[in-house]
Ligand binder design. Structure first.
Ligand code: THU
Length: 163
């Protein structure tokens, strides 16, 4: 038996003012999207904004349902809208943020596993990495340059061809 270590890399920005202008614009679009979320069951409002390589910005927010699993996270609402509208354009950057009615979110949002897998699919589909900016209402902003840093050992299409 061998124990191995895996290294992930991420950046932290202390405040909005440390972000480059295009990233701040995207984060602000995600914040506006969070305001329009439909989250009557969790009261947890998530907003996502992604910039495509063609320059378009697509936003999404969580859409809940009384039959809970029928709802969808903000990231996937945005990613699938982008896939539906601009199937040939890769995603350059996605910004995700959240707020709650019950408490102040002082940590960057940590995307759920299903959304990480959806981001991974779009990296593989367009053979390009996706920058991911994660923020809460307050506090640091975290950034990774690829989903590999959020989803090590991800399930890949090659696995289907093995054997
Ligand atoms: N949610 C997202 O929109 N994105 C995530 O990455 C985590 C969770 C939503 C789903 C649900 O509407 C609410 O947050 C509480 O889980």
């Amino acid at each position: 038996m061998k124990k191995r270590e895996l290294k992930i890399t991420y950046a932290e920005f202390a405040t909005d003012s440390e972000l480059k202008e295009s990233d701040l614009e995207l984060l602000n679009r995600a914040r506006s999207a969070a305001e329009r979320a439909y989250a009557p069951y969790s009261n947890f409002y998530v907003g996502a904004a992604l910039r495509l390589k063609n320059g378009e910005i697509i936003t999404g927010n969580n859409q809940e349902n009384v039959a809970y699993p029928s709802g969808l996270c903000a990231e996937r609402v945005a990613i699938y809208a982008a896939g539906a509208r601009y199937p040939d354009s890769a995603i350059d950057t996605i910004a995700v943020t959240c707020k709650s009615k019950a408490f102040e979110v002082n940590e960057p949002l940590s995307p759920c596993g299903a959304c990480r897998q959806a981001i991974a699919e779009y990296e593989m589909r367009h053979k390009t990495n996706i920058r991911i900016l994660l923020a809460g209402e307050k506090g640091i902003i975290r950034m990774v340059e690829s989903i590999s840093d959020l989803l090590p050992f991800m399930f890949k299409a090659e696995e289907l061809k093995k054997g």
